[in-house]
Design a protein around this ligand. Structure first.
Ligand SMILES: Nc1nc2c(ncn2[C@@H]2O[C@H](COP(=O)(O)OP(=O)(O)O)[C@@H](O)[C@H]2O)c(=O)[nH]1
Ligand SMILES: [Mg+2]
Ligand SMILES: [Zn+2]
Length: 308
């Protein structure tokens, strides 16, 4: 019996890094199904597992998945009961965004952040391709930094062409399991190659493009970092979508809206057009950024398809 951590899953086979530093190709014991989670993959990237080497065949079989500290799910489609565990036991998530090539909308960022809040995973924002930014873009960049900084989300400026910002990321990622998400083409794979040059992963927006919006066709992979820790890339998965949330709990995951909501006249205020709403007051005074409030309204409006 050996203990290890799952680096990659292809649906039926798993690459497991065992405690003694050897990577084993494992299958899964037929009976291994997590009872409460019948409609998902039983083993995910980041899982700690116990596996055994069959003395007859020499093949390795995962016999147990240890308790997860957390996991991030993705529904196969809006209607499906099936979902995929993207990754488990994550210490932090980074959303990589760019202001140009492509532009990541604020609403997308907010959808990501509220999902991270719902999963209780700390989130930060990496703003890449700063080498391309005009003065106008820098102004947008500063706006985002201030808007998200104020409510406690770190923004890290990065240029993988100029190699600036990498040291900061080393510091933040050291000895942790980090997941990177973001639009196709923002530079996730390029970042991984910079963090660990021996990976030599294929970059270029085209390779991911065809995978977008379809059913689960790609599998996230976890990479070991030379400075300690692991980073998970999620090709073809732009964001987590919005986790299933009730309308009356969405505002719980907008940090500043939740705090302001304590001052609302009605305990069941949804901060739409109720009288005595402290959230709207805060928006009018500029204490809550209008862009954040707009994201809230759009998410309440419920068209989640565009941003899945
Ligand atoms: N100008 C500029 N281009 C970058 C930077 N980082 C990545 N790119 C380019 O953006 C494209 C997409 O990068 P890739 O890593 O494949 O993005 P992914 O889809 O998020 O994995 C590639 O052509 C990269 O060379 C950067 O900091 N500046
Ligand atoms: Mg990529
Ligand atoms: Zn209110």
């Amino acid at each position: 019996m050996k203990k290890g951590i799952v680096l990659k899953s292809t649906g039926s086979h798993y690459k497991v890094l065992s405690e003694d530093g050897i990577v084993a190709d494992c299958s899964v014991k037929g009976k291994l199904r997590i009872k409460e989670m019948r409609n998902t993959n039983p083993v995910a990237v980041g899982d700690s597992v116990v596996f055994e080497v069959d003395s007859k065949t020499g093949s390795s079989v995962i016999s147990e998945v240890l308790d997860r500290t957390n996991y991030i799910l993705r529904k196969a489609s809006n209607l499906s009961r099936h979902s995929q565990i993207i990754a488990a036991n994550i210490d932090q998530v980074f959303l990589m965004v760019t202001i140009v090539l492509p532009e990541t909308p604020v609403e997308f960022i907010d959808r990501f952040l509220i999902s991270a809040e719902a999963y209780r995973v700390p989130a930060s924002i990496i703003i890449n391709k700063t080498d391309l930014y005009t003065d106008d873009d820098i102004e947008k960049l500063e706006y985002l930094e201030s808007m998200y900084g104020k409510i406690g989300y770190d923004c890290i400026r990065l240029s993988l062409f100029k190699k600036t910002g990498l040291e900061t990321l080393h510091g933040l990622m050291k000895d942790k399991i980090s997941l990177i998400s973001g639009y196709s083409g923002v530079g996730k794979t390029t970042l991984l190659n910079n963090l660990n040059p021996s990976l030599n992963l294929k970059t270029g927006a085209i390779s991911d493009y065809h995978k977008q919006g379809k059913h689960i066709t790609t599998f996230p992979e976890m990479h070991e970092m030379p400075f300690g820790g692991f980073v998970i890339d999620t090709p073809g998965i732009r964001g987590f979508g919005v986790v299933d949330m009730e309308k009356n709990e969405i505002y719980h995951f907008f940090r500043e809206i939740f705090i302001a909501s304590k001052g609302c006249r009605f305990y069941n205020c949804l901060h739409l057009d109720e009288p005595g709403c402290a959230v709207r007051e805060a928006v009018e005074k500029g204490d809550i950024d209008f862009l954040r409030y707009r994201s809230y309204l759009n998410i309440m409006d419920g068209d989640n398809r565009k941003y899945r």
